[in-house]
Ligand binder design. Sequence first.
Ligand SMILES: Cc1cc2nc3c(=O)[nH]c(=O)nc-3n(C[C@H](O)[C@H](O)[C@H](O)COP(=O)(O)OP(=O)(O)OC[C@H]3O[C@@H](n4cnc5c(N)ncnc54)[C@H](O)[C@@H]3O)c2cc1C
Length: 460
Amino acid sequence: MFSDALIKEFQTIVGKPNVLQGEADRQAYSYDAAVLEPVVPALAVCPQTSEALGQVVRVCNQNGIPLTPRGSGTNLSGGTIPERGGIVLLTNALNKIIEINTQDLYAVVQPGVVTARFAAEVARQGLFYPPDPGSMAVSTLGGNVAENAGGLRGLKYGVTKDYVMGVDFFDVNGELVKSGSRTVKCVTGLNLSGLQVASEGTLGVFNEIVFKLVPPPAANKAMMAVFDDIDKASETVAAIIAAHIVPCTLEILDHSTIKYVEDYTKAGMPVTAQAILLIEVDGHPVQVAEEAEKVVTLCKKAGAVDVTTARDEAEHNKLWEARRAALPALARARPTTVLEDATVPRSQIPAMIRAINTIAQKHQLDVGTFGHAGDGNLHPTFLCDRRDAKEFERVEQAVDEIFDVALSLKGTLSGEHGIGLAKAKWLEKETSAATIAYAKALKKAVDPKGILNPGKIIGG
Ligand SMILES: Cc1cc2nc3c(=O)[nH]c(=O)nc-3n(C[C@H](O)[C@H](O)[C@H](O)COP(=O)(O)OP(=O)(O)OC[C@H]3O[C@@H](n4cnc5c(N)ncnc54)[C@H](O)[C@@H]3O)c2cc1C
């Protein structure tokens, strides 16, 4: 518990209504989108200005109080669970789009800006911000940078890190550290902005972020290819890339996911299919037409039993609604949804999907797999009930085995959901003892008391 004097100090900095002490408020910030035990913070503090944000960090450090920065709490790895108690530092009020520069193609934002609002505002100014996590209607840009969020457009356009030009952040003493610039090129000093990307709030608290913007594509075309064999779908992914076509989006849904999506949306999905690929190409209209034709040919050659091309915007949207419905559709089936993030080199997708299904069968679990096939990033999603301890143990065992397979296929623990608390125990398996020691030394140097989101990524 905090002393009255300390609570008063926070109230003076952020204003009394912005220090949340009530039981309901504290419970609300005890968990995030990961299926992990909640931990209730002592307080949630919501600075309304940059100055206040820095001062809260300073006071926490002076008093040895752990702080957990939080955007919208949609992360899937326990990154905002205040494992060591202390305060949850809410960034949502810092939600200004400070500048959209249409001449030099960058934007400056505060960390609490919601991703979809930013993308829409950028589009209104005739530009394009490509990173599009499935959670973008609620996730914040600060959370996106701290997790290096990906999305459906990763294959062609990259992920959040590819758009970060600069991050100004508060160090643990509440001092503002400036890094990066508004120029296309910048090699002035260490790449501290790069260090903040995917740092999950463990190395600093973002105050302002500079993002690169790009011109929007002039045209696009979406297609759905239906397969009676998931291996053929995976081989098609490889064939498209081998033909030097880089779709902006190349997604896969397996049989189980298709069935759940149809049950949810009644959109006429091919429920007997073993897999579908949803593919979109974009760019100059002539190139788009050519590439779309080639994609259809490649899909048919690789054994697709049906290929549909969206003829208008309504059909285009219908295809993507099916993809967007994948997680909500699966999540309706059982009380608990464990969404995983195994990522392998693209060529290993068939092996990974086969392994996921074998592991699920072995543990008698219901799983649906979908994901960014073009990036080798699969989301095996276990449908279970956490209250059934035996079933949940089997899910944990299955997840362990899935990561073992992903690593044996030269994949990675996390393509986009981060490490947080959920995956910390596997980190050394993918990296090395020296990697962890280096990361711990870095953390110790910038945050000697372990104030900034302690326990995440590297534990400690
Ligand atoms: C339905 C659903 C779909 C999703 N789809 C995707 C997807 O397609 N791609 C993907 O990559 N992820 C996806 N996610 C995961 C999640 O949305 C992303 O990780 C997102 O970037 C988190 O943003 P947030 O604002 O919710 O951050 P939070 O969950 O609040 O925080 C995430 C991390 O950022 C840190 N942080 C937040 N703000 C700051 C700050 N100002 N300074 C320093 N650190 C900070 C936190 O401490 C925490 O470690 C999905 C999640 C859900 C629930």
